[in-house]
Design a protein around this ligand. Sequence first.
Ligand code: GDP
Ligand code: MG
Length: 332
Amino acid sequence: MPPDPLVRRLLKGDRVALAKLITEVESGSPQGTEALRSIYPHTGKATVVGFTGPLGVGKSSLISRMVGHLRKKGLKVGVIAVDPSSPFTGGAVLGDRIRLNLPPGDKGLFVRSMATRGQSGGLSQGTRDTVRLMEAFGMDVVIVETVGSGQSDVNVRDVATTRVVVLVPHLGDDIQSLKAGLFEIADIFAVNKSDLPGAPEAVRHLREMAGILMARTSWRADVVECSALNATGIEDLWKSIERHEEFARKDSSAREELAERTAKELRELVQHKMDERVRLLLSEDEGMQKLIQEVSEGRIDPYSGSELLLGRITGLPSKSPPKRKTTPRSAR
Ligand SMILES: Nc1nc2c(ncn2[C@@H]2O[C@H](COP(=O)(O)OP(=O)(O)O)[C@@H](O)[C@H]2O)c(=O)[nH]1
Ligand SMILES: [Mg+2]
């Protein structure tokens, strides 16, 4: 049993505990980090799906539909919106025209918008950690919404096993410029707003492209036509997500990707810790204050100075700086 009562409550499915722990984790508090450590064995079981794509294509609306669909199946769903313009504000899950028909205060749904600034350890880490808290809480499915094409710092690849790229008919030039990048991240294309003209052509075009660009990969992106407005194609989209999850459980390329993702997280965590320690050392350590002075006055060059600093942090011997016989820079 984890010692933190808040964590015990989280594991029992207490929503207040979930909300509090997300806040702790976002602020990078020691309690948050300790909580993440102790819940780790309870994570990794949910279906984590990323919805990405340009602004306004209907990601939030489609997620709302998907949430309704999954709740009807009795699945518990967490939603993380990393899109600052997302309508998921204040816990509301309604696109402007779409009604969910969930009972008020439905216990099987938890929605959280991520602050895009001031995240301790970066946005990717904040999202990874929030996914884990939701898994430990008992969510069956966690959906992460991000704005694609480099507008958001979060890479859906870092957090989601299955990535849905949402597009609309007639993306025109947009799709041309996005193309290569999209096929790198998409496991599934959802052509939303299929109530508008041009959807079958868009679907055909994307299928052709997937056939060409993904011919040598073991997974070729599904293309699903849907409309959040008319609630069509939602079950097809879910089927496709399940199919990809099944693939990812078995395929070796998916396992390799997981290893890459893990390595990236470890690297980012270490980078973050190093950064904090460097900052602390430089601002508080007397020896380092002296080093700063010596470098600024030209007695030690910054390259050797950084080696000394690194040596202090890692405890490993560093190259000693060359002895300067010349006059310090400032005196020249
Ligand atoms: N015609 C049509 N409009 C839609 C559909 N889905 C979403 N929209 C509208 O598209 C706009 C953007 O939707 P939103 O879900 O906020 O897009 P996001 O920025 O990708 O999250 C809103 O005005 C929605 O009502 C759809 O299937 N058909
Ligand atoms: Mg949105």
